[in-house]
Design a protein around this ligand. Structure first.
Ligand code: DC
Length: 231
């Protein structure tokens, strides 16, 4: 059967990554986590002293961009992100990177380099790519485009529950709601490819699903429906 590309965009903590990952696994496609790529560049900046006082040394970063290689490998059934040959999967999810990634993802030159890489990864079809600008900029010709979001309160509660489950009691629900709203603001108002729904994307309110499994099942069904109609 002919392969297609699936673009999944949406707000943070909307469950889109879990959904994209599981959809790719279920249909035998490659999952590409573009957020992990921006996180990796951010880690590179932190390690090389390119961020200080909340500012990125853009000139130095642009000069170093050709040296930054990012790739994905499957290890033990799980996808791992590699930065210049090193597995950085754990480190890119840490607080330090999370706090600085919006800054780095707003830099035009960084975006251009990442978009080029992502387009290369999607050129042979058969990918499920998740991010903020996939349906609008990276893969505007993707056959399936989903835009996943729900209210800041529901998304914050999801993150709050995840943190509590890990034993983290350092922040309140109100703190997380404020953080989610701030990230939404940064993602949607930045000059370079802000988060927005592509005109031809299907909007998915993830608040309608009671569990992650329900959300995944919906996406898998949507994919098979599409394939059946477009054989
Ligand atoms: O999905 P995530 O939280 O791992 O994304 C990390 C950051 O990268 C977030 O601030 C949004 C940004 N991002 C982006 O600007 N474009 C993408 N295609 C993916 C992520």
């Amino acid at each position: 059967m002919k392969k297609i590309n699936v673009a999944i965009d949406g707000t943070s903590s909307s469950g889109k990554s879990t959904m994209a990952k599981a959809l790719a696994k279920s249909v035998g496609y490659t999952y590409i986590d573009t957020g992990a790529m921006y996180r990796s560049v951010t880690l590179y900046c932190l390690r090389n002293g390119l961020i200080s006082d909340g500012k990125v040394d853009v000139e130095r970063l642009v000069a170093l961009l050709p040296k930054i290689s990012i790739s994905f490998k499957i290890e033990g059934g799980k996808q791992a992100t590699y930065l210049c040959g090193e597995n950085v999967e754990r480190e890119i999810r840490g607080l330090e990177v999370s706090n600085c990634v919006s800054l780095v993802a707003a830099i035009a030159e960084v975006r251009h380099a990442m978009v080029r890489l992502q387009q290369e990864m999607g050129k042979d079809k058969g990918v499920v790519m998740d991010g903020r600008d996939i349906g609008t900029v990276v893969l505007p010709d993707a056959e399936i485009k989903l835009f996943v979001t729900t209210s800041p309160e529901i998304r914050a509660k999801r993150r709050f529950d995840e943190m509590r489950a890990k034993g983290d009691t350092s922040v309140t629900l109100a703190d997380i709601i404020a953080n989610v709203k701030m990230r939404d603001h940064l993602d949607t108002t930045r000059k370079e490819s802000p988060l927005r729904k592509a005109n031809d994307a299907v909007e998915v309110d993830s608040g309608q699903f009671h569990t992650a499994e329900e959300q995944i099942a919906w996406a898998v069904n949507y994919f098979h429906d599409y394939m059946q109609k477009h054989q």
